[in-house]
Design a protein around this ligand. Structure first.
Ligand SMILES: C[S@@+](CC[C@H](N)C(=O)[O-])C[C@H]1O[C@@H](n2cnc3c(N)ncnc32)[C@H](O)[C@@H]1O
Length: 348
């Protein structure tokens, strides 16, 4: 692994070993036709399951002047150099040298914690030997989790991936409209996207753009994670809109958004004390988080097992409604330290 010198100040004192990959291999690298090579599922991979763990060959600042990366080339060990030069270069000779082209085509963004005293997270690009073989799709069937403590990335399924299916990872913001997505992919990666979400009639693309814009409005709401459940439990319109967002995410293949939305819905039903519907959404959260976020999965599993006794604010909103309260602030105390409930509630 070759790291730009500026990364050193972002590294922890001791790097952890990368977590182990799946017990049985979940994928192979194989021919993906006109896309070059790609990753393919070797077996059915359940939603939430780990697909692979990978460490970069190289990590560089995300923004660097033309030619800056070339200085690193002589310092790459021979095995890493072979692995790197086996990757695709989407850039022409008039744009940059081969090494820089490979870095541009294959680097994924990694965020590194700021060195002590600096307020900002710094953006770097990392080229991975395996992950860089994943081709793009405008769906979100996988999620990449970067762990700076082990300097490794783990790829998780966000829906069941079937044996033989290609495993994609998005290169760009897939909530952008089709025309912008295609322009960005052509400019940076040199291809015209013909994924199932792009290769459609214009009218279908327009409907998909509208759905994605609606979903973007949801996920960019301030404090999306902490404000919704209370508003949601308070307002029937909001509840309908949240369920609609979940349906849109499913329709658009944006499976990675499902866990956020399912969590909001489950918490809303918990505050309303609606056990049957809470269980459905909470079970979805458990399924999707199992590998990716085991702490959250455990929390929700306990709630599913016995919601009325383990969920501290079970039925809270329903009780407030019965008492006729319209505008309330949830108590904040050390015993109520869950950020998701530190919100003010308005409305009937
Ligand atoms: C990071 S590499 C992915 C792995 C690459 N296919 C390989 O053989 O090493 C990015 C390049 O793969 C190709 N690619 C990725 N996704 C594609 C897609 N959806 N359609 C066509 N080509 C794609 C493009 O050539 C792009 O520049």
């Amino acid at each position: 692994m070759l790291l730009d010198a500026s990364i050193i100040s972002h590294l922890p004192k001791h790097l952890n070993p990368p977590p182990p990959g799946p017990a049985t291999p979940a994928f192979i690298i194989a021919d993906a036709g006109s896309k070059g090579a790609g990753l393919f599922a070797l077996r059915d991979i359940p939603a939430g399951a780990l697909i692979l763990v990978d460490q970069p060959i190289l990590a560089v600042p995300a923004i660097a002047p033309t030619g800056a990366y070339d200085a690193l080339l002589p310092r790459l060990p021979e095995t890493s150099r072979d692995a790197l030069f086996a990757l695709t270069n989407a850039k022409s000779a008039s744009e940059c040298g081969i090494f820089e082209g490979i870095v541009w085509t294959n680097a994924s963004q990694i965020d590194l914690p700021a060195p002590t005293g600096s307020p900002n997270v710094s953006e770097y690009g990392a080229v991975f030997p395996i992950l860089s073989r994943a081709n793009h799709s405008c769906a979100l069937s996988t999620t990449l989790k970067w762990d700076p403590m082990s300097f490794s990335a783990a790829l998780y399924a966000q829906r069941t991936l079937r044996a033989g299916e290609e495993i994609h990872h998005p290169y760009i913001d897939v909530l952008a409209p089709r025309a912008l997505r295609r322009a960005q992919l052509a400019d940076r990666y040199g291809f015209h996207c013909t994924c199932p979400h792009c290769d459609v009639l214009d009218a279908t693309a327009a409907a998909s753009d509208a759905a994605r814009a609606e979903l973007r409005a949801w996920v960019s709401m301030p404090d999306f994670d902490c404000q919704l459940p209370c508003h949601w439990s308070n307002c029937d319109l909001q509840r309908a809109a949240n369920l609609r967002a979940l349906a849109l995410a499913e329709q658009e293949g944006l499976d990675a958004l499902r866990v956020m939305l399912a969590e909001e819905i489950a918490l809303g039903f918990a505050l309303l004390g609606d056990e049957a519907r809470f269980r459905v959404s909470a079970a979805q959260v458990v399924e999707l988080c199992e590998g990716y976020d085991p702490v959250r999965a455990t929390e929700f599993r306990a709630w599913v097992a016995s919601p009325q006794t383990t969920f501290r604010l079970w039925g809270w909103r329903a009780k407030q409604r019965l008492r006729g309260f319209n505008s309330l602030v949830l108590p904040i105390s050390p015993a109520n330290s869950d950020d998701r409930f530190r919100v003010e509630v308005y409305g009937p």
